[in-house]
Design a protein around this ligand. Structure first.
Ligand SMILES: [Zn+2]
Length: 431
């Protein structure tokens, strides 16, 4: 083996020497004139700005910049320019009919649909995210065995067009995954979609497996609703310890206060959903710098869900979403950092990328200021998902830039009028 490594090393040196003798093609320069500019770091809308992009990196941002020689000029003076939107919680390889439940749809995805077809359909969904101005997603499981890693590779190499994907591989779960009702002799089916954890040492091993096989974030189920289990604190501590050792963050599905509190105590980086959180737990999240990803649903989506399911709408949808609104307002008051995430795996009979953006309207319904919502979907999500390399338009950031018609800081509907999309310096949509 060592001989092969030496050979490889010499080969790399040789290739390096060859490349010096060739003149490398300079990266393309793009000069963008923005009519209005959303500063995601400060959460304010600024007047006209110019942006210079070189290759896949933002080089400079300022007022009345000179156009560099040979640059392609893109005129967005009629539009509002923002960082590409980020969805911190997606499932590109899973789409559920409102007519069925998670167990039936999940098992169907595994046994009838199969991973290759799921990945192909995920690619088609990914394109709708990109066209909706969502240039990055953090995809958290429900992808079979590493179908998400395959889709990410296809996108990164340019075989298909889609958002940047930060993927988890199978989520680490207590027994049964999220498939309640599976009989004991069919539990192995759950292990096709989830990595079932059996103790702290196994939890460490699961992290090593996932990261080695391509995961760049670890997804855990502090509680695996709708099943009744909880991971032990020892298991979650082992997961966090091993993940941080390998340089990846831990995202914890946690729906009730107990699950949230245990995951926060174990040291996770983000709480997903957190539908019920007590004030004392919110204070602990703030203290330990744990991000909340509130995958909330608006009253209109809730109503639509029941209409599509064929079941009667249970009571008043506005009253039904009030508890999640209340905890969101309490989280803001407690100073908890929030990142936008849709978790929208329901088939609303519309492009999934457009459906994913509905979560921003749910936040609005809870009374959150629009500039804050936009910051959650850009700057805050970028810090959580990619350590600040995305979600911001400033020098050295990756060139993910979108433009919309109208002013989304005054009317959120503008976010649905995407006219320009750039990801990693490549333009996918232009006015
Ligand atoms: Zn989810």
């Amino acid at each position: 083996m060592s001989k092969r490594i030496i050979f490889l090393f010499l080969l790399l040196q040789l290739l390096g020497a060859v490349s010096i003798t060739q003149t490398p093609k300079p990266p393309e320069t793009i000069f963008i004139r923005a009519g209005k500019f959303f500063d995601s770091e400060k959460a304010v809308l600024l007047p006209a700005r110019d942006i210079i992009v070189k290759g896949n990196i933002i080089e400079s941002v300022g007022e009345n910049l000179p156009v560099p020689a040979g640059a392609t000029v893109i005129d967005l003076r009629e539009l509002t320019v923002l960082p590409g939107l980020i969805d911190s919680h997606t499932h590109l390889l899973y789409l559920e009919s409102p007519k069925n439940d998670l167990t039936l749809e999940g098992i169907k995805a595994l046994t009838i649909e199969g991973t290759p077809l799921r990945a192909l359909r995920g690619a088609a969904r990914g394109k709708t995210f990109l066209m909706a101005g969502i240039t990055s997603v953090r995809d958290l499981g429900n992808s079979g065995r590493f179908g998400d890693v395959a889709l990410r590779q296809a996108i990164n190499e340019g075989s298909v067009e889609g958002p940047r994907m930060y993927v988890s591989g199978p989520g680490l779960s207590p027994v049964g995954g999220q498939f309640p009702g599976l009989k004991s002799n069919y539990q192995a089916i759950a292990e096709e979609e989830y990595r079932i954890i059996r103790g702290a040492e196994d939890a460490r091993l699961a992290v090593r497996e996932n990261v080695t096989l391509g995961a760049r974030v670890i997804k855990i189920y502090s509680n695996n609703t709708p099943n009744p289990g909880y991971l032990s604190i020892e298991e979650m501590r082992a997961i966090v310890d091993e993940a941080h050792l390998m340089g990846v963050k831990v995202a914890a599905h946690a729906t009730d206060d107990k699950a949230v509190r245990r995951a926060v105590e174990a040291g996770v980086d983000s709480i997903e959903h957190g539908y019920q959180i007590e004030d004392a737990t919110l204070a602990l999240m703030k203290e330990k710098n744990v991000v909340l990803v509130p995958t909330d649903v608006s009253s209109s989506e809730l109503k639509r869900y029941f209409e599509l399911s064929g079941k009667p709408v249970p009571g008043d949808p506005k009253a039904a979403v009030e508890p999640q609104s209340d905890r969101l307002r309490r989280a803001i008051k407690a100073g908890v950092t929030i990142a936008a995430g849709s978790d929208n795996y329901i088939n609303f009979e519309m492009p999934q990328g457009a459906a994913a953006k509905r979560v921003l309207f749910a936040y609005q319904e809870s009374g959150v200021e629009l500039t804050q919502i936009l910051q959650w979907a850009t700057f805050n999500a970028g810090k959580l998902v990619a350590d600040g390399r995305i979600g911001v338009i400033k020098p050295k950031a990756l060139a993910d830039i979108i433009a919309v018609a109208g002013d989304p800081t005054k009317d959120l509907a503008a976010i649905e009028k995407v006219k320009f999309v750039m990801k990693n310096g490549t333009i996918y949509m232009r006015p």
